[in-house]
Design a protein around this ligand. Structure first.
Ligand code: HEM
Ligand SMILES: *[C@@H]1O[C@H](CO)[C@@H](O)[C@H](O)[C@H]1NC(C)=O
Ligand SMILES: *[C@@H]1O[C@H](CO)[C@@H](O)[C@H](O)[C@H]1NC(C)=O
Ligand SMILES: *[C@@H]1O[C@H](CO)[C@@H](O)[C@H](O)[C@H]1NC(C)=O
Ligand SMILES: *[C@@H]1O[C@H](CO)[C@@H](O)[C@H](O)[C@H]1NC(C)=O
Ligand SMILES: *[C@@H]1O[C@H](CO)[C@@H](O)[C@H](O)[C@H]1NC(C)=O
Ligand SMILES: *[C@@H]1O[C@H](CO)[C@@H](O)[C@H](O)[C@H]1NC(C)=O
Length: 322
């Protein structure tokens, strides 16, 4: 009797101290209501990768652009022209909305009105990293879908490509993410493509950044052939020249070789922050450490500011509120 009172009190204290409401994220959130969620998503992602490997890079970025603006709440999917999809970092750049909508439809067919679009975005990102030979980690569920999107917030919160290392650190810290999360999650740029307009200023000037820049001259030369000084702003170059559809630690080896595509990449090595540069070096030398810290970073980013019941809703279609 006394001991059960003590354990009740300690359970209460645990909740009180960790600040948890009763609704919270959990890996088993859908285990009775949608037991094959992972199987459905995994099969769909494998088809996507088979037909267009880059799409998985785009879907990992979609996760970032959803979660970095008021938490992972699928606000990025709302498709009205005053919404986040039309913010500067996203317009004519972010892609994969239809893929998420199609996977949502597959999930709805098996588990109607059960799984949020926010959770689908989070598990798709994990499946995509796995499908490109990257690490895996345990995903938690129970996020709800927002009723609104905030275009201004997307413009303010998503970091632009010309930021220097101290501003990148500040951006991540303002979202509760650490320096380690910043460096590890930037390793996503080991996959995917970027548009000429976002790195042209590094090749021809004028410099948009308030910190010094330098690029391997051979890499500089080869980018110039892809990216003319006038026009061609939407021409694509791989973020990792040699293995753009393999999730590996080549990104960090490139940085050490002064072959990062964006200023925001190269500044992690050459921006003058010793802690950050040391992490780049560690990940370049040790892929297992990169994989471990990347998984930690994805979990941290995925769990920030979750929208929990009774707030939000489970959208029927990700592109619009019910
Ligand atoms: C640290 C600050 C970051 C900056 C400044 C940044 C900026 C960019 C830019 C400018 C592009 C190219 C967009 C285009 O040219 O259309 C890009 C692509 C990409 N980003 Fe980032 N990014 C950052 C962090 C991240 C993070 C944290 C992730 C994921 C966790 C991520 C994942 C990706 C992926 C996978 C692509 C390739 C997308 C594709 O091929 O469609 N990025 N990023
Ligand atoms: C889960 O879904 C996948 C994809 O539809 C399917 O191949 C698999 O058989 C399903 N597993 C179970 C246990 O229903
Ligand atoms: C949208 O985001 C901006 C910038 O963060 C903020 O000032 C504004 O209050 C937000 N609007 C709503 C409706 O939450
Ligand atoms: C980064 O940029 C800001 C302003 O944009 C500047 O004040 C700061 O000194 C720069 N930091 C570094 C390390 O270059
Ligand atoms: C790329 O090469 C051009 C021409 O030599 C030079 O002006 C520019 O500063 C170089 N870019 C970087 C980032 O090193
Ligand atoms: C460094 O970059 C140059 C030019 O892009 C390339 O030829 C060389 O293979 C790179 N070295 C490594 C170790 O990646
Ligand atoms: C927005 O998404 C909804 C739901 O998927 C869809 O019915 C509608 O056609 C989409 N609108 C646009 C402009 O893409």
């Amino acid at each position: 009797m006394a001991s059960s009172i003590v354990s009740m009190i300690s359970i209460f204290l645990l909740f009180a101290m960790s600040g948890h409401a009763l609704a919270s994220l959990s890996p088993t959130f859908y285990s009775s209501t949608c037991p094959n969620l992972t199987g459905i998503v995994r099969a769909a992602v494998q088809q996507v990768v088979a037909s267009e490997p880059r799409m998985c890079a785009s879907l990992v970025r979609l996760f970032f652009h959803d979660c970095h603006v008021n938490g992972c709440d699928a606000s990025i999917m709302l498709n009205g022209s005053n919404n986040e999809q039309f913010a500067f970092p996203n317009i004519n750049s972010l892609r994969g909305y239809n893929v998420i909508e199609n996977i949502k439809a597959l999930v709805e067919a098996k588990c109607p009105n059960t799984v949020s679009c926010a959770d689908i975005i989070v598990i798709v990102a994990r499946e995509c990293v796995m499908a490109l030979n990257g690490p895996t980690w345990t995903v938690t569920f129970g996020r709800r879908d927002s009723l609104t999107a905030n275009q201004t917030a997307a413009n303010v919160e998503l970091p632009p490509f010309f930021l220097n290392v101290s501003r990148l650190i500040a951006n991540f810290q303002s979202h509760g993410l650490s320096v380690q999360d910043l460096v590890a999650l930037s390793g996503s740029h080991t996959i995917g493509q970027g548009q000429c307009g976002n790195f042209k200023s590094r090749l021809y000037g004028p410099s948009l950044s308030s910190s010094p820049d330098y690029m391997n001259p051979y890499y500089n030369q080869s980018l110039r052939s892809q990216c003319p000084s006038s026009g061609g702003d939407s021409n694509l170059s791989p973020l990792d020249l040699q293995t753009p559809v393999v999730f590996d630690n080549k990104y960090y080896k490139n940085l050490i070789n002064f072959s990062g595509l964006f200023h925001s990449d190269q500044t992690l090595w050459s921006g003058g922050d010793w802690t950050v540069a040391q992490l780049v070096h560690t990940y370049a030398m040790n892929q297992a450490r990169f994989f471990q810290d990347f998984a930690t970073g994805m979990i941290n980013m995925g769990n920030l500011k979750p929208l929990l019941a009774p707030n939000g809703q489970i959208r029927k279609y990700c592109g619009k509120v019910n």
